[in-house]
Design a protein around this ligand. Structure first.
Ligand code: PRP
Ligand code: HPA
Length: 181
């Protein structure tokens, strides 16, 4: 949305050489710390989970560890549904489903509970701050699908287009990735 684009343009810090040489890190911390900017990005993200009549088209919002949590809960509140924290490995009690993936800097694994939350047949909106190489979102899609969930869309604040994440996410249909800024 225009409001999300303006908020991100006004408040993002670009830091060269973090977390390692060659990476220019887009730091959205000041966006989230500004009330109006936070509301603008949450509204932008939530739009991806609504149909033409404005009603929610998903049953659950999945926020990706850790910055996706800041956004996922707000998006879920806006849509009137619950939220699931998709965690980095080792944080959740067993049993879990786990999916390993590569990051722009290093590798990691995501986990969700294998019991206690019904995911079979549920329609999911995945929410995160930044789409970079697409490794994180791709792992989250695979993980949620293994649990029987239906990943309707992925909604991110910012896409770092140079890193080719969209090309990697071919398991999602066209229009499956929504970018708000
Ligand atoms: C960042 C960002 C996304 C992911 C994007 O998270 O918040 O989740 O990387 O990169 P990708 O598209 O190349 O996978 P990070 O893993 O650094 O974790 P954090 O949110 O805990 O800081
Ligand atoms: N900013 C924020 N998160 C990220 C980035 C970035 O530039 N690259 C990978 N994850």
């Amino acid at each position: 949305t225009d409001a999300a684009r303006a908020a991100v343009a006004a408040h993002t810090r670009h830091v060269a050489g973090f977390p390692e040489p060659g990476v220019v890190f887009a730091d959205l911390t000041p966006v989230f710390a500004d009330g109006a900017a936070l509301a603008a990005v949450i509204d932008g993200l939530a739009a991806a989970g609504r149909g033409p009549d404005g009603a929610a088209t998903v049953d659950l919002v999945a926020g990706l560890d850790a910055r996706g949590f800041l956004l996922g809960s707000g998006v879920a509140l806006r849509l009137g549904v619950g939220t699931l924290a998709v965690r980095k490995a080792g944080k959740l009690p067993p049993p879990v489903l786990r999916e390993e993936y590569q990051l722009e800097y290093g590798s990691a694994a995501l986990e969700i509970p294998a019991e206690g939350i019904a995911l079979e047949g549920r329609r999911i909106l995945i929410v995160d701050d930044v789409l970079a190489t697409g490794g994180t979102v791709s792992a989250a899609v695979a993980l949620l699908r293994r649990a029987g969930a239906i990943v309707e869309r992925v909604s991110v604040v910012l896409e770092l287009e140079a890193l080719g994440g969209r090309a990697r996410l071919q398991e999602l249909p066209a229009g499956g990735i929504a970018v708000s800024a």
